[in-house]
Design a protein around this ligand. Structure first.
Ligand SMILES: [Zn+2]
Ligand SMILES: [Zn+2]
Length: 182
């Protein structure tokens, strides 16, 4: 395979044809269980499973700033469980680790037009924001309910619920003795 030696800015664009950016119309086996879209509707995506692998509320400072919200609700899926209907078209990428607006994993993915945050993309996993999903009913939404709070020590609001509240990363930090049940 020829590798141009003079171009050190050469980028590998193969990710654009891989999940979740490969278009659902190009591969019949993908079945959409849920659909979602950004505020302006230019970005549409499909989810191929009924329930996420996990769902969390993250109170870290980065999520607060990047979402303009007290905390972030994220549902974890394999990237293979998700498809953007128009591939990469209309998406904007931001790598918060290096502060660059590029698709460099892990990165934030949002609508380039309306700015709605859509997901945090990792190497194999997508942390999608369930607010964008059109749930058919409350039972469907319940499957995406958060199972814990993380980075709760950085919280700007106290939450009164019975979910575990991890000071930092789940299972790798202290469980905080706060909330109604503790
Ligand atoms: Zn949009
Ligand atoms: Zn966070």
């Amino acid at each position: 395979m020829p590798v141009p030696s003079s171009d050190h800015n050469q980028t590998d664009n193969s990710w654009k044809s891989q999940a979740p950016y490969k278009q659902p119309s190009k591969e019949p086996p993908f079945t959409a269980v849920h659909i979602g879209h950004c505020h302006c509707g230019r970005i549409k995506f499909q989810i191929g499973r009924d329930a996420p692998l996990d769902a969390k509320l993250c109170h870290c400072r980065t999520c607060q700033v990047l979402h303009g919200a007290p905390f972030q609700w994220a549902a974890i899926l394999h990237k293979e469980d998700m498809r953007f209907v128009h591939g990469v078209i209309g998406l904007k990428f931001y790598s918060s680790g290096r502060n660059v607006a590029e698709h460099e994993l892990p990165c934030k993915v949002s609508c380039a037009y309306c700015g709605s945050p859509i997901m945090d993309e990792g190497r194999n996993m997508a942390l999608i924001f369930p607010e964008l999903i059109e749930f058919k009913d409350e039972e469907q939404m319940g499957k995406f309910a958060a199972r814990c709070h993380m980075f709760y020590k950085e919280r700007v609001v106290d939450i009164q619920d019975d979910l575990p509240k991890w000071a930092g990363m789940p299972k790798e930090s202290e469980l905080m003795r706060v909330g109604s049940s503790l």
